[in-house]
Design a protein around this ligand. Sequence first.
Ligand SMILES: [Fe+2]
Length: 194
Amino acid sequence: MHILPELPYDKKGFGSVISEEGFDFHHGKHHNAYVNNMNNLIKDTPMVELSLEEVISKSAQEKLTGVFNNSAQHYNHSFFWNCLSPNGGGAPSGDVANRIIRDFGSFETFKNQFSDAAVKLFGSGWVWLVADENGKLSIKPFSNADTPIISASKPILTIDVWEHAYYIDHRNARPKFVEGFWDIVNWEFANKNL
Ligand SMILES: [Fe+2]
């Protein structure tokens, strides 16, 4: 039985970027539904014994679309909540800052490229910062539930650009949500993922 993780912070700490109601719907309803759907789809199957990552890769290999979509969305959202912090934002520090400068030239260049990918991703999906086998960073847009966890790349940071991620607080204005992300991004978590 997979469970909805608790948010690792107070929902009231994100100002106008994400309201308490925004979290109540995105975490409490959307993410929760993915967890419940996944549990219902795998119950009474051998997949019930597997870890979340194993369920995602097995359902991808066997083209079990419903299981894949719900389990990958459970993983993606669990990762995303950790990418946010009420004390976040600003320029990165530590190893992630050095690698961003090494691989993109500057933080501003990276920020502009990541924001551009997030604003322009057509339809629903996620934009990820990933590290390849050699530790080189790159920006990867993924549609729908697709996730880097089943690729050779290591996930470092992500933003959810499904409409449900911003509609309550920003209506249709995805660029406002993407702009706000930089005020709440958790660089400490990104550093831990390197
Ligand atoms: Fe979402």
